[in-house]
Design a protein around this ligand. Structure first.
Ligand SMILES: Cc1ncc(COP(=O)(O)O)c(C=O)c1O
Length: 463
C-alpha cells in the first residue's frame, strides 16, 4: 500500500505542538485575513500529502476529504504530475506571457480546446480562479457593450474585485461595497431554505419564473445586463445542486435577452461531478466557462474558455499577466488531464459519488443532526441542524464534528453554506474504497459524539 492509500495514524492529538507553534508564527507574520484558526477548528500544518492522505508536521496521518479546497482531483502529489513538474522545471521555469509562449502552453491550450464542449473553443489562460473571473467579466463587457451582471444568491466567485462583485456573501462584500460593480443577485434553487419552498424541481421552477419576470418586466429595475454567471453546483453556498432543467431554463432566458451565460466551473470542472464539466449534466453549454482548482491537481493555473464569438473582441495586450501560461503549471495541467483519463477518474467520481451519497443518507437516517444530504459525484456534503423541524442551523456543531473527526484522522474542515453549517466533502478522486469506508466510520462517530454532547448539555452545545 502506498502512503496515498494509507489509513489514518494519530500519534499526538491534533493540532499537535509543532502545528500550534507554527500557527503562532504565522499569526505574528501574516495578515489576519490569511489564516482561519478559531477554536475548535485550530488547523494542522501540512507537511506531506499524497493520493488521499495528508501528514502533518507532528507526524499524524489523515484521510483527506477536502482535496485541498477541491483541487487535488488526480490525487495529492500524483507521481506522474510531480515528474512532469520536475522535468519541466529543469528545462524552462518561466516564459514571457503575452510575448513569448512556451511549448507547454501551446500543448495545453490545444488539449483544453479539444476537451471542452463545443461551441467553447477559445482559451485564455490565467493563474487563479479569481483572475479567470476577472477575464470572464471583462469578456462579457467587451462582447456586449453592457456593464451590469446577474449572479446568484449563495454564489461564490472568489475574492478579487470582480469575484467580490459577483459573490453573494454579505460578509465578504459589505466592507468593499463602494467599489463593487453593478450586479443583481438572483434566487438560487436551494430548496432546503428557499422562501419559494417546494421540492427541488418546484423550487427551481419558481426561481425560474421569478428570473423570467425580472428579465421580461420593464419595471424590474434590471438594466444593461452583459452576462449571467452561475456555478453548475454552488460550492461555497453548500453544494447546492440545481436540477438540470434549471440551467436549461437559464440558457433559454439568456438567449432570449442577448445575455451571455457564464458557467463558473472552478470547483466543478475536471471530473469532480462525474462528468468532465458540471454543466454537462444539464446538456447546456455556456458562452464562457471559467476553470481553475483541479485543472492541474495542485499547481496555480486557471482558464477562461469561450465561444469564438464571445472571445473575438479581445485585441493583443488588452488582457495579459506576467505568469500567463506558466510552463511548469501548464506541464502539471497536461499531466493532470492525462492522469484523469488514464485512471478513469471521471467515471470513478460518478460511481463513488453514488456510494458516498447513499452512505451519507444512511448516516442521516441515524443522526438527527443531519438536516439534508446534498451532492453529485465527489462533491458530497451534509447540512447540520439543531432541530430538523425548525432547521435551526448547527454551525458550532459542524465545527465540533470537524474537530472530532480530525482527532480521529479524517480531515473535513471545509465548512460552508450561507449559515456555515454545511460540511462539504470533496476528496481527491483517487480516494480508495477503504478510505471512504473508514472516513464514513469516523464521521459517524463524530456525529454521535456531538449529538451526545448536545443531549447532555443542550444549552452549552449552542455556544
Ligand atoms: C466557484 C469558484 N469560483 C471562483 C473561485 C476563486 O478561485 P481562487 O480562490 O483560485 O481565486 C472559487 C474559489 O473557491 C470558487 O469556488
Amino acid at each position: 500500500m502506498t502512503f496515498g492509500e494509507a489509513m489514518p495514524e494519530i500519534r499526538v492529538t491534533p493540532p499537535g505542538p509543532q502545528s500550534r507553534a507554527m500557527l503562532a508564527k504565522l499569526q505574528r507574520n501574516e495578515s489576519a485575513a490569511s489564516l482561519w484558526a478559531a477554536e475548535p477548528e485550530t488547523p494542522i500544518v501540512w507537511a506531506r500529502a499524497q493520493g488521499a492522505c495528508i501528514e502533518d508536521v507532528d507526524g499524524n496521518v489523515f484521510i483527506d476529504w477536502t482535496g485541498g479546497f477541491s483541487v487535488a482531483v488526480a490525487g495529492h502529489g500524483n507521481p506522474a504530475i510531480v515528474a512532469a513538474i520536475q522535468e519541466q522545471a529543469g528545462r524552462l521555469l518561466h516564459a514571457q506571457g503575452v510575448l513569448n509562449p512556451s511549448d507547454r502552453r501551446v500543448e495545453l491550450s490545444e488539449l483544453l480546446t479539444a476537451l471542452v464542449p463545443r461551441p467553447l473553443e477559445v482559451v485564455h489562460l490565467t493563474t487563479t480562479g479569481s483572475e479567470a473571473i476577472d477575464v470572464a467579466m471583462k469578456t462579457a463587457v467587451l462582447a456586449t457593450g453592457r456593464s451590469h451582471f446577474l449572479a446568484f444568491q449563495d454564489g461564490y466567485h472568489g475574492k478579487g474585485l470582480a469575484g467580490t462583485t459577483l459573490s453573494a456573501n454579505r460578509k465578504f462584500r459589505a466592507p468593499f461595497a463602494s467599489v463593487l460593480g453593478h450586479v443583481a443577485h438572483l434566487p438560487s434553487p436551494y430548496a432546503y431554505r428557499s422562501p419559494f419552498g417546494g421540492t427541488p424541481d418546484e423550487c427551481a421552477d419558481r426561481c425560474l419564473a421569478y428570473i423570467t419576470d425580472l428579465l421580461d418586466n420593464p419595471a424590474s429595475g434590471v438594466v444593461d445586463v452583459a452576462a449571467m454567471i452561475i456555478e453548475p453546483v454552488q460550492g461555497n453556498g453548500g453544494w447546492i445542486v440545481p436540477p438540470p432543467h434549471f440551467l436549461r431554463g437559464l440558457r433559454a432566458l439568456c438567449d432570449r435577452h442577448g445575455i451571455l451565460l457564464i458557467f463558473d466551473e472552478i470547483i466543478t470542472g475536471f471530473g469532480r461531478t462525474g462528468r468532465w464539466f458540471g454543466g454537462q449534466h444539464s446538456g447546456v453549454t455556456p458562452d464562457l466557462m471559467t476553470c481553475g482548482k483541479g485543472m492541474a491537481s495542485g499547481m496555480p493555473i486557471s482558464a477562461v474558455v469561450g465561444t469564438r464569438d464571445a472571445m473575438r473582441h479581445w485585441t493583443p495586450m488588452l488582457q495579459t499577466s506576467t505568469f500567463l501560461g506558466n510552463p511548469v503549471c501548464a506541464a502539471a495541467a497536461i499531466a493532470s488531464l492525462a492522469e484523469i483519463e488514464r485512471l478513469g477518474l471521471v467515471d470513478r467520481a460518478a460511481r463513488m459519488g453514488e456510494r458516498f451519497n447513499a452512505a451519507l443518507r444512511a448516516l442521516a437516517a441515524r443522526h438527527p443532526l443531519i438536516g439534508e444530504v446534498r451532492g453529485i459525484g465527489m462533491l458530497q456534503g451534509i447540512e447540520l441542524v439543531r432541530d430538523r423541524a425548525t432547521k435551526e442551523p448547527a454551525a458550532a456543531e459542524a465545527a465540533k464534528v470537524a474537530a472530532h473527526a480530525l482527532r480521529n484522522g479524517l480531515h473535513i474542515n471545509n465548512r460552508g453554506g450561507r449559515l456555515g453549517n454545511v460540511l462539504k466533502f470533496s476528496p481527491p478522486l483517487v480516494l480508495t474504497d477503504a478510505q471512504l469506508d473508514r472516513g464514513l466510520a469516523i464521521l459517524d462517530d463524530a456525529l454521535g459524539a456531538v449529538e451526545a454532547e448536545m443531549s447532555r448539555a443542550p444549552a452549552a452545545a449552542r455556544t
